[in-house]
Design a protein around this ligand. Structure first.
Ligand code: RIB
Ligand code: CA
Length: 315
């Protein structure tokens, strides 16, 4: 008996790695049914993230998928963006046309609430790929939806890998730690794909060549995206290529056996300026705080890239 595809909402701040995650999901209809895409401010401001989400839909010829605009700033802080990583547009690299498809009317937060109320309880997975502002806002506005969420599978946080935007914090959590705190205290089953694992899936030249050699528009666009956004990590970490952060979320949904981790307690620093947005993972169980997240630390990187390349070839 084959399981039906998992129904998901992708909450995103594209970003080249978000784009690859969304394309991988679109190429995997047997495993993933994308109910909708909700854009949030993060890598670049909201007008660009919702534009980029629509550009990706058109690149994949999936303009049937509704894109909603969500929150344009975090709950408590001013917005911090990452043009130094993703470029001015947030999707620098390939030259892709401005979208013709329109945003779908309605706020992303209301779409998340309505969808969770309409779909049978326990059948919708939320897949945040950016700051958790839309998700945290939805839970605050409509607490009744919290128990209806099947699972949250998110990219964010770091423990052994420490921070990428400050010494202590990973970007998605740093931008909106208050929203992250709401999510991690929600009681919903959470799978975290932190920098600890995403820094192990680097787009080396050979892997980038494999994207380009797929020979379709999507493969060529992905090769140009990852060639562009690798600069930050290569210069900072001496990496062998761009870390594919967000596609770890989609790959986990398709082939969870590629990943492994530990169910631990994770709490979010929201008080200290020094460590704002740190994901304090009790990896060694030194506290009596109840485990609330599956914190992923390892991945079969070659298996990940084989899956990704094979699926991108489906376009
Ligand atoms: O820290 C990496 C995360 O921040 C990724 O989701 C990237 O797209 C940015 O949003
Ligand atoms: Ca992202």
């Amino acid at each position: 008996m084959v399981n039906p595809p998992r129904k998901i909402i992708i909450d995103t701040d594209p970003g080249q790695d978000d784009a690859v995650a969304i394309l991988l999901a679109m190429a995997s209809p047997d495993e993933i049914d994308i109910l909708g895409i909700t854009a949030v401010a993060g890598n670049v401001p909201l007008p660009l993230t919702h534009k980029n989400a629509r550009i990706i839909c058109e690149l994949a010829q999936r303009t049937d998928i509704a894109v909603y605009a969500g929150c344009d700033r975090p709950l408590a802080h001013t917005l911090v963006t990452a043009e130094h990583v993703h470029g001015k547009t947030g999707l620098d690299g390939p030259k892709l046309p401005d979208p013709e498809m329109q945003l779908t009317d309605g706020h992303a937060v209301d779409y998340i609430i309505d969808t969770l109320r309409r779909q049978p309880a326990g059948t919708v997975t939320l897949c945040p790929l950016g700051p958790l502002t839309n998700i945290g806002t939805a839970f605050e506005k409509a607490p009744d939806i919290v128990e209806r969420v099947q699972e949250i599978v998110l990219m964010g946080g770091a423990y052994f890998e420490v921070g990428n935007v400050t010494p202590a914090a990973e970007f998605n959590i740093y931008v909106d730690p208050e929203a992250a705190d709401i999510v991690f205290k929600s009681g919903i089953p959470i799978v975290v794909l932190p920098l600890d694992v995403t820094h192990k899936v680097l787009v080396t030249k050979a892997r980038n060549d494999a994207f380009r050699n797929i020979g379709n528009r999507v493969g060529i666009a992905v090769a140009k995206m990852t060639e562009f956004f690798e600069r930050f990590d290569v210069e900072k970490y001496g990496s062998l290529g761009a870390p594919l952060h967000d596609p770890c979320v989609t790959a986990y949904l398709i082939k969870p056996e590629l990943f492994s981790g530990r169910h631990v307690n994770v709490e979010i620093e929201t008080k200290s300026d020094l460590t704002r947005g740190m994901t304090v993972a009790d990896w060694w169980g030194v506290t009596d705080r109840a485990p609330n997240a599956m914190f992923i630390g390892t991945v079969d990187a070659d298996g990940f890239f084989d899956l990704l390349t094979q699926r991108l070839a489906r376009f």
